[in-house]
Design a binder for this molecule. Structure first.
Ligand SMILES: [Zn+2]
Ligand SMILES: [Zn+2]
Length: 178
């Protein structure tokens, strides 16, 4: 996923990448990338070395639903735009940090920009902390473990409400025989 700065014409360069998922790791988010990651982008050179990149990422992912524990497939779609300047444009590490904080720019080394890091950041941002097979997923019964999407179980569903929990404890104590 490299953009060669030299090859960007004045009107900009349209790019299309397709890369196998082994370059990215979403396991910390509980996701597995299923198949190639697609990136379409347009790179525009601002002056000789500043480059703007606008792009769209698409990847199929597999995750485990945090409610019903079923594995499901979904698709991540994410748009991004980033600005790149050569690392040589800043002299010291301190300067680099300042530039990065103020302008939100990324650095590239040598003659080309590698989009992989940006793509990884975007993929991580696009994966939810608690994956859901569907917004309406009813999850598992906390008592018997029945998948409530498939059928309702016979357990009495108690709605947990912290305001009542304390009161219930009091009743429990009173009604116990000893
Ligand atoms: Zn689910
Ligand atoms: Zn149940």
């Amino acid at each position: 996923m490299e953009i060669k700065i030299q090859e960007i014409p004045p009107e900009g360069l349209l790019l299309s990448f397709e890369e196998e998922p082994e370059h990215w790791d979403l396991s910390e988010r509980g996701f597995t990338i299923n198949g190639p990651v697609h990136v379409r982008a347009k790179a525009i050179k601002h002056n000789e070395e500043e480059v703007y990149v606008r792009g769209a990422i698409s990847a199929e992912v597999i995750a485990e639903c945090s409610r019903c524990l079923k594995r499901f497939t979904s698709r991540i779609e994410s748009d991004f735009h980033s600005e790149y300047v050569p690392r040589t444009a800043v002299q010291t590490e301190e300067e680099r940090e300042l530039v990065q904080e103020d302008l939100d720019v990324l650095f590239y080394e040598g003659e080309s920009i590698d989009l992989r890091e940006e793509v990884e950041g975007q993929l991580i941002l696009a994966t939810p902390m608690r994956p859901l097979c569907s917004e309406e997923c009813r999850g598992l019964c906390p008592q018997c473990g029945q998948d409530l999407n498939l059928k309702q179980c016979a357990c009495v569903q108690e709605i947990p409400d912290p305001r009542w929990a304390e009161l219930k404890e009091v009743f429990k104590k009173k009604s116990s025989p000893n």
